[in-house]
Design a protein. Structure first.
Length: 262
């Protein structure tokens, strides 16, 4: 079982794929403003994301950061096991435990789990309590807006066991690891920025959902809570990263790592 990895000064980042499967709506409904030329450009960039009859085929990536001298951090927790909240639409069970084992990471040794947002395909293994020693980091705006099912299965169990860290806005989580509040997809969506030397790796959650957003980041997405805010967040993040040595680590495109502007 393979996975991609990227070495940075002082850390190794593993791109772990929990699952692969089709989206539950036609992609033309998910991105209603995309033109034929935009789709053609996106398909050249990520041809494997196009399934039979033009389906959108998603990869469900999570990112493990193993610092050379320091904690192990997981960014997002995938779709989860068979009984996970994502089971109504995502291809459960996920394989994150096997991917972690292949990377030499015991879930009990994960110190921090960053949840980019509270959608079911990003929190599944956290809701299954796979990481018993980890503090789970979430923006307050998403904690406050959590649907009752995720309050019951995730937020309250973490809170009652003192493993929930709620942050507000941009936050330095660890030396070299910052959280950037990027609202729009959800009210508390956040991106994790790992800075090492002169390089930045941005674990973007659902800020950039499809290769279409790499072609045209202004494209609205059907399930953004606030499409205008999501567009502003995408453009601001790409502007912040432009001109430097930056890599995008995305959740759903086929290839996890995308070199920005190189």
């Amino acid at each position: 079982m393979g996975f991609a990895r990227r070495g940075l000064t002082g850390a190794t980042v593993f791109a772990l794929c929990d699952a692969v499967g089709p989206f539950f709506r036609p992609r033309t409904e998910a991105f209603p403003d995309a033109t034929a030329s935009a789709w053609a450009a996106a398909d050249r960039l990520d041809p494997a994301a196009v399934g039979p009859d033009g389906q959108w085929v998603l990869h469900f990536h999570c990112y493990a950061i193993r610092f050379d001298a320091g904690p192990t951090v997981l960014v997002d927790a995938g779709i989860g096991p068979t009984e996970a909240p994502a089971r109504a639409w995502a291809p459960v069970p996920g394989r994150l435990p096997e991917q972690l084992a292949a990377a030499g990471i015991d879930p009990a040794d994960v110190d921090i789990v960053v949840l980019t947002h509270l959608h079911t395909d990003h929190v599944g293994w956290a809701a299954a309590d796979l990481f018993p020693a980890a503090r789970h980091v979430l923006q307050r705006a998403d904690a406050d807006a959590a649907p009752p099912t995720l309050v019951e299965s995730l937020v309250e169990p973490l809170r009652t066991t003192d493993r929930l860290q709620v942050v507000e806005g941009d936050t330095t989580l660890l030396p070299g690891l910052d959280l950037r509040h990027t609202p729009g997809h959800t009210p508390g969506h956040q991106v994790a920025l790992l800075r090492a030397g002169d390089e930045t790796l941005a674990m973007t959650g659902d800020l950039l959902l499809h290769a279409l957003h790499l072609v045209d980041p202004t494209q609205p997405y059907l399930f953004d809570t606030d499409p205008d805010a999501a567009r502003r967040s995408r453009l601001a993040m790409l502007d912040e990263l432009a001109g430097g040595r930056a890599t995008l680590a995305t959740s759903h495109p086929t290839e996890p790592f995308h070199l920005l502007g190189r």
